[in-house]
Design a protein around this ligand. Structure first.
Ligand SMILES: Cc1cc2nc3c(=O)[nH]c(=O)nc-3n(C[C@H](O)[C@H](O)[C@H](O)COP(=O)(O)OP(=O)(O)OC[C@H]3O[C@@H](n4cnc5c(N)ncnc54)[C@H](O)[C@@H]3O)c2cc1C
Length: 427
């Protein structure tokens, strides 16, 4: 079994096959799994990068120590899949043959063809993106400390494009970073006057949530000092400028692109049917049509929900899809037919910052404020990979909460050079 991608979905497949009578090779471009829901905390200096990443090899060690694991890890980028030859080609030129293939390489940031996005905005999809964003914001502050004149040009202002969960959490987290930490670090700069603007094309934030939760999120953000611009989209981006379709132009030292994602490139390279968002069309059992030996799960697949519509590109469909595929491979080993995938909706949640979150459970319960926030914290700790990471994140959160501080705001020379040399932001 070859599994492409060690995200939520791919890792669930590989772990679900530990001890089964199959050889599993888990291929990922990195040697670590990223817990993407907490990336915004790395970007806003709340957590260290190591706390939201976990070494893939560590999570696939055999359960019985004396017996070697049946799962191997290969760090490589997949560049092609030959369905007829049942072969996966890697960027280093090597190839892996398979009997069963699981495609779980996720999604990538999408610029929707808006001019200037690729050159002048920062995405938030990978660990490196989070570190680059943190470095970028902190560098703007150091520049402003050296030359306060740049503040009037908008050096400290931020525009976050996209009012989904990522944009909302990031805008709230950045505002906290500014008011709780950077205002104290840079007492001579007018940090409280810096604008953080959240732009959303729809007429409300968090569109997958109920209008009541959307309004609660908007109100909380505005109360905390975030400007929310609804019902207008980004027409173009230039260096330090965001042109909106309503005719206004926002200037900002940092522009973040958090509007959405599209399926990762392997989806197109399969050559099978895809949806409008580039996601792989799958059968009810999550196999690719015409290829019962190939499964696609998570963000890259249009996994059908109870009503047949594609499930949202969030963690639970990937995790549950991974468990399902591992079960189906085990069934086939026993000569049993595959079963259709049944998704169990557990609800959704987004945090806006200290004491504020919106949580909608599948049973209709709505939690907000402190209770919603505590539910958000608890759930993210439960799903975070690795016991040590959980302890570390818990300690960091307690520290940040009690001291109103953020410890992860060092500017490493190597990362600083990346910003300075490139001279511009890239997706
Ligand atoms: C900033 C952010 C915040 C989010 N917040 C939430 C949240 O609060 N709640 C929630 O439910 N969901 C959230 N999500 C969405 C959630 O993280 C994704 O839906 C989930 O990670 C999808 O899992 P996956 O296994 O399909 O893909 P991923 O977890 O993205 O994993 C894909 C893996 O494939 C690897 N890969 C990609 N291409 C290749 C290739 N060509 N060759 C080899 N390896 C490759 C990648 O390195 C990666 O490890 C968030 C996403 C982001 C970006």
């Amino acid at each position: 079994v070859v599994v492409i991608g060690a995200g939520f979905g791919g890792l669930a497949v590989a772990r679900g096959l530990l001890g089964a009578a199959v050889d599993v090779t888990l291929v990922d471009a990195n040697n670590f799994h990223t817990f993407q829901p907490l990336l915004y905390q790395v970007a806003t200096a709340g957590l260290d990068a190591e706390n939201v990443a976990y070494a893939i090899r560590g999570s696939l060690r055999g359960r019985r120590r004396r017996r070697p694991s049946n799962a191997a890890v290969r760090m490589a980028r997949v560049t092609a899949v030959d369905l007829a030859a049942r072969r996966v080609t890697l960027a280093d030129g090597d190839a892996l043959d398979y009997d069963v293939l699981v495609v779980a390489s996720g999604a990538v940031s999408h610029n929707f063809g808006v001019p200037g996005v690729a050159e002048h905005t920062l995405p938030l999809k990978h660990l490196d993106d989070a570190l680059a964003l943190r470095t970028h914001v902190l560098t703007r502050f150091e520049e402003a400390a050296a030359d306060p004149a740049v503040v009037a040009e908008g050096a400290l202002d931020i525009v976050v494009c996209g009012g989904g969960p990522t944009g909302v959490e990031l805008a709230g987290g950045l505002r906290e970073l500014y008011t709780m930490v950077l205002a104290k670090d840079f007492p001579r700069l007018p940090v409280h006057e810096a604008r953080i603007v959240l732009v959303e094309m729809a007429d409300r934030l968090l569109t997958p949530f109920t209008p009541r939760s959307s309004e609660r999120a908007r109100r909380t953000l505005v109360e905390r000092g975030v400007e929310v611009r609804l019902g207008t989209s980004v027409a173009a981006v230039e260096e330090g400028l965001v042109h909106l379709r309503d005719g206004t132009t926002l200037s900002a030292g940092t522009i973040v692109w958090a509007t959405g994602v599209t399926a990762e490139g392997v989806a197109a390279r399969l050559g099978t049917a895809t949806t409008r968002g580039g996601r792989v069309v799958v059968e009810p059992d999550l196999t690719v049509p015409g290829h019962p030996e190939v499964f696609a799960i998570g963000d890259i697949a249009a996994s059908p929900g109870a009503d047949g519509a594609p499930l949202p590109q969030v963690a639970q469909p990937a995790i549950q899809g991974g468990h399902h595929v591992a079960r189906q491979i085990r069934r086939r080993l026993l000569g049993e037919p595959t079963e259709p995938f049944r998704y169990h909706d557990k609800g959704q949640m987004a945090t806006i910052g200290r004491h504020a979150a919106v949580t909608e459970l599948a049973n209709g319960w709505r939690l907000s404020g402190v209770i919603g926030w505590l539910a958000w914290l608890g759930l993210h700790l439960v799903y975070l990979m690795g016991f040590r990471n959980r302890i570390q994140v818990f300690v960091d959160w307690a520290w940040n909460y009690l001291t109103y501080d953020r410890s992860s705001r060092i500017l490493r020379e190597s990362e600083r050079e990346v910003v300075e040399e490139s001279g511009e932001q890239t997706v």
